[in-house]
Design a protein around this ligand. Structure first.
Ligand SMILES: Cc1ncc(COP(=O)(O)O)c(C=O)c1O
Length: 353
């Protein structure tokens, strides 16, 4: 926290001094960024971290409000789980029931295959092993597990899509909500991470899933607010899906996850109401934070991105109210906030007052 704060202060000073001596400042700033980016390479780009924040700022961990993730704070009501789901190894019927529900929910093209996975994280980690390591284009800045996984598998990052053998788009992007179109998909292996797309199903690129070399990732953790269930899906080129299936081995998804997933994915009514509530709450959060002096930059209705004069300072201010937020090592002015749960708004509004 202290290091991040110092780093952000320095970046801000450099950005300001760029106004007086742009050329020299640009060189200095780039050298500085390279060094510190190297330092931050090992810091994982995740939300969470409330335990550490509570240790630093005090308070009972259970009373902290965690706005550092993009998880729906009103999760799908899972209901009762059958004793068999806990007791028995998941059978074929349970697996195919979930996949049928997923196909219908996302209107998966017939020519695409589908595999249930332990979160979107599992295919993110192993997909780079589907092809010989060459060059990959990742539309950045974005969720940095993609780059970490490709680098770990020996791939080289390229800023040039035309020379890339693989590409990743996070659609809509985390953290800025940037959207992509099918024209952006150009590499032979293309990964479309739609972990946050269920708030806007009309924007999905699922119609690309039957194009050779394409994989579409879905997360059950975000929109349904059940990150702990560890359920996700990879949908796309049958040859690639068959390899991923092999890599994951038998029973990658638990019985309770299969049951909960099948239930939620056959409940379009809950999904429709949830989209409306998330949109209302996202607009409310934008107004609140904007009134406090931040500029809304976008995001999705599961998380909002703001520009502030000094993100670490804002994070600290909120942390004193035991509210945890998200800052980014690569941009000292970006603050990302997830949505408060219905009973948390008073405290969040109080913190911004
Ligand atoms: C863009 C993106 N993809 C995937 C994941 C991981 O999702 P899951 O919890 O389903 O593994 C995250 C988690 O924050 C994310 O931001």
């Amino acid at each position: 926290m202290v290091i991040l704060s110092a780093y952000n202060q320095l970046l801000i000073v450099m950005q300001n001094s760029a106004l007086s001596n742009p050329e020299k400042s640009a060189v200095l700033s780039q050298q500085f960024r390279n060094r510190v980016d190297h330092l931050f390479k090992t810091i994982q780009d995740h939300g969470g971290g409330v335990d550490k924040a509570a240790a630093e700022f005090g308070g009972n961990r259970a009373n902290w409000i965690d706005l550092s993730t993009g998880i729906n704070p009103v999760p799908y009501p899972v209901g009762d789980i059958s004793p068999d789901a806990w007791h028995a190894l998941p059978d074929h019927a349970a697996q195919s029931g979930l996949l049928r529900a997923a196909r219908a929910f996302w209107r998966v093209p017939e020519g695409a295959a589908i595999l249930a996975t332990p979160g979107a994280s599992a295919p993110i980690a192993i997909a780079p092993r589907l092809a010989k390591a060459r060059s990959v284009h990742i539309a950045a800045p974005t969720y940095n597990e993609h780059a970490a996984a490709f680098k770990a598998a020996g791939w080289r990052m390229t800023p040039h899509i035309a020379e890339a053998h693989a590409q990743v788009v996070v659609h809509p992007n985390n953290p800025d909500g940037r959207m992509f179109t099918s024209d952006d998909l150009q590499a032979p292996l293309r990964i479309i991470d739609e972990s946050f797309c269920d708030v806007m199903p009309e924007a999905s690129l699922m119609d690309q899933a039957d194009v050779s070399g394409t994989l579409v990732l879905k997360s059950f953790g975000k929109f349904w607010g059940l990150a702990g269930v560890r359920l996700g899906f990879v949908i796309g080129d049958p040859l690639l899906i068959a390899q991923l299936d092999q890599m994951l081995g038998p029973w990658p998804v638990s019985g309770p996850a299969l049951e909960i997933g099948a239930r939620a994915l056959t409940d379009p009514e809950w999904a429709a109401q949830t989209r409306i509530r998330l949109a209302t709450d996202a607009a409310r959060l934008d107004r609140l934070v904007q009134n406090a002096g931040a500029m809304p930059l976008g995001g999705t209705t599961l998380f909002r991105l703001f520009e502030v004069p000094d993100a670490t300072e804002w994070q600290t201010r909120l942390a004193r109210h035991h509210i945890w937020s998200r800052v980014f090592p690569y941009n000292p002015r970006w603050l990302r906030l997830g949505l408060p749960a219905p009973d948390q708004w008073d405290r969040v509004e109080g913190a911004f007052a």
